[in-house]
Write a protein that binds this ligand. Structure first.
Ligand code: MN
Length: 290
């Protein structure tokens, strides 16, 4: 069987070269601190593979979003064993592409990696906020001995002084709940997603103009995305989520994004396909005229 190019959506060279593409995908098959189900290291390859079956015509936007140009980089894995050093390596890699003017979408990998592109984005774009789609608050001071755990990533963002809007949260510990309360974080709980249309604009107004989007795919209901390490019932649905994402890209300058925590299940391609289509939708919304 001929091997497929490792290229998102099987785009021809004129639509996927690094030089000519404003959108750059960075696969980061990074998995070190996952605590329950494993397999996020196989996420990026599954997303790229599934993307090769996604229709490039977007019927909602009435165009082929890929015509903007989408480059897929080779997978990047930090070499350092130490988590702080590994994240610094990834941060430097992300900063390079952001500073080159690219819209960088990092494909995880586990959620711990998000701190690297967030810090890179702040270096390059200055004041930013973070919009977090997630089932879990990820606000632990540390988890299983490391402050760089996937379960602590938004705590690092918080301690960096970066405001966040967490959406879809339905799993957290008592200390995390107490931090949400004391820091008055504007959390959109999973059970309140049904009312988000009425509040999203007001919530986005709380953030700076430049926003980093981190999308943990366990945000979705596990009926839609079972292929993730720590699935939680009662998550987001497809069409409503796309509506909120489109609004986010209309209202804010989304400077970079990541899509993390897909842990593919062999023989069940639905999750992989959904996540690939989600990435394509982000590119479509990003490239809409504002
Ligand atoms: Mn998460």
């Amino acid at each position: 069987m001929p091997t497929l190019p490792d290229n998102f959506a099987l785009l021809p060279p004129e639509l996927s070269s690094y030089e000519s593409s404003p959108v750059v995908l960075l696969p980061v098959p990074f998995e070190r601190t996952t605590s329950y189900g494993k397999g996020t290291s196989r996420g990026p390859a599954a997303i790229v593979r599934a993307s090769q079956s996604v229709e490039t015509w977007d019927e909602e936007l009435g165009r082929e979003s890929c015509e903007v140009g989408i480059a897929t980089l080779p997978p990047f894995l930090p070499e350092a064993y130490d988590m702080a050093e590994a994240m610094a390596e990834l941060q430097a890699e992300c900063r390079r592409h952001m500073a080159a003017g690219k819209f960088l979408i990092t494909l995880g990998g586990e959620h711990s990696l998000t701190i690297a592109p967030v810090r890179a984005a702040r270096e390059v774009f200055g004041e930013i906020g973070v919009v977090q789609f997630d089932a879990h608050a990820d606000l632990r001071a540390e988890y299983e001995g490391t402050p760089y755990s996937h379960a602590a990533v938004m705590r690092r963002v918080y301690e960096d002084g970066i405001p966040a809007l967490p959406i879809g949260i339905r799993s957290l510990s008592r200390p995390e709940a107490e931090l949400v309360e004391s820091a008055r974080m504007p959390v959109v709980w999973g059970c309140d997603l049904g009312e988000l249309d009425a509040h999203l604009d007001d919530l986005l107004d709380l953030l700076p103009e430049a926003v980093y989007l981190t999308f943990d795919v366990d945000y979705f209901d596990p009926a839609l995305v079972p292929a993730t390490g720590t699935p939680e019932p009662g998550g987001g649905q497809w069409w409503a989520t796309l509506r909120w994402l489109r609004r986010l890209f209309e209202r804010k300058r989304v400077v970079a994004a990541d899509v993390v925590e897909l842990a593919p299940i062999g023989g069940q391609p639905a999750s992989d396909f959904l996540v690939a289509k989600l990435v394509y939708k982000l590119i479509g919304y990003w490239s809409e005229p504002r």
